[in-house]
Write a protein that binds this ligand. Structure first.
Ligand code: SF4
Length: 138
């Protein structure tokens, strides 16, 4: 067996190993992507040694909290604290209105933060308000 043939055999073995890895990597990558943040909280058991939920970035109802500086929030005059609204400047606002009693609030009245169908993927504060406010029926 020549040195050339031996080198060819080793290249084949190497390519066999690397080639197999190239096939496995996307599969491993996909399974890693499907394993967590998109799922509802509590749907998977926490991994051993993983950080407790309290150390996760601030989220509400599994969603990030909306910022008053968010362009859409600004366009709808959203504020976290409805009691800070000057009804002389904001004629749509009536005392007592807040996200927690708005028909579009997706949480319970007692929830501090919850989703709102006007701001998909973001949580609004129960004490908040925006110009789209609609009273809960009943
Ligand atoms: Fe709050 Fe209702 Fe405006 Fe949503 S639509 S931000 S729940 S007042």
């Amino acid at each position: 067996m020549s040195e050339n043939h031996k080198a060819t055999e080793e290249r084949r073995r190497f390519l066999k190993i690397v080639g197999g890895g190239a096939v496995l990597m996307p599969i491993v990558g996909l399974s890693a992507c499907s394993g967590g943040e998109d799922k509802a909280p509590g749907s998977t058991a926490p991994k051993a040694g993983s950080a407790p939920a309290a150390e996760a970035p601030a989220k509400s109802s599994g969603m990030p909290q909306i910022s008053e500086d968010d362009p859409q929030a600004k366009s709808l005059a959203y504020v976290h604290d409805a009691s800070s609204i000057d009804s002389m400047k904001q004629s749509r606002f009536k005392a007592g209105q807040a996200c927690s009693n708005c028909a579009l609030y997706q949480g319970k009245a007692a929830d501090e933060w919850a989703g709102c169908s006007i701001f998909p993927g973001k949580a609004v504060k129960g004490t908040g308000w925006c110009t789209v406010y609609a009273p809960k029926p009943g």
